[in-house]
Design a protein around this ligand. Sequence first.
Ligand SMILES: [Zn+2]
Length: 413
Amino acid sequence: MRKSKVWAGVLGVEKSTVIDRLDLDEEAKIAVFTVRVRKGAKRRCGLCQRRCPGYDQGEGQRRWRAPDIGLFRAFVESDAPRVSCPQHGVVVASVPWARHDARHTTVFEDTLAWMATRTSKSTLELLLRIAWRTVGAIVTRVVAEGIAARDPLAGLHRIGIDEISYKKGHRYITIVVDHDTGRLVWAAPGRDRKTLAAFFTALGESRCAAITHVSADAAQWIADEVAAHCPNAVRCADAFHIVAWAGDALDEVRRDTWNAARKGGMGGYARDLKGARFALWKNPENLTERQRTKLAWVAKVNHQLYRAYLIKEQLRQVFVLKGEEGKQLLDRWLGWARRCRIPAFVELAKRITRHRAAIDATLEHRLSNGLVESTNTKIRLLTRMAFGFKSPEAMIALAMLNLGGYCPPLPGR
Ligand SMILES: [Zn+2]
């Protein structure tokens, strides 16, 4: 086997690439491979791959970063001539080892994208020796290529729409998930009718008509926009958001109890109550031993707060049961909440009655609560990771990579 062929395999640039020489700089620990495009793949438009007449030599030699070889940083170096494409005009010719406009080889970019869905920002930066801003640009390019190959908006029937805040609640993105595949299919900065209208425009009239179910929180702007575009869709209320309302009501009760205890000079009791927040808030199956003890303490010393906790938990059960059973339990729950004499929950009962039709639709059509909840949680984590990105587009690309099914396989495995 010829040496250049071995090196092409090591770099992951076997396709239509000839390696002419290798220069090692032992001082700087850099390996530079001088390569050229094989004849049949020459003079192709970087955008459409069409064979075109040559134009000029462009800016001469260019370097692309390749994955490290051991402790050496590796680069691929080559001419980057321009061609004249009848459709795209004068563009840099396509090279088989890298995406158009990229400064890294495809193998490097795919490795980075694969890692970006699995590891922390600092690990990625250190291990691949790359700036976080570059990560944003690469992820955006990888996802754009994936979307060109597989349209995320194809075949949608049951969708979920959600708004997610980031930058401490100062910014929002609107997201759309597919209940049937579990994938994130669309996201854009903003949270208003105009933002969502862009999604329905991209979907087009006939595909809008194919939408049968739309789940969302109770926001009116979402309801209005869905009604305007999807004539055949049933609107469902996201269980995740309804249960979150109960969590908010419970927190209000806990805060009031705590304030009353503090003002009443019961400092120790107030402190203990403050510590009970997570025990009350978490799902019972996820409680730690200490939190279980805390909950038992609440049950003993504060009947109203414990009752509020039970009411919240029963509402959660409604969405675990779903179907006819869920609806019956919701009837009983409403009776209980209306008469419980805890203002936050009496108010919640009214609010739920107002949204009863959309909630019943969720129970009847058994739309997954877990999908919206987990997408919501994962995007929140991603927004923290994406903090250093300049644009929301890079953050959205990172979300599509993770949750849209656009993560490339790890090269060479
Ligand atoms: Zn072209």
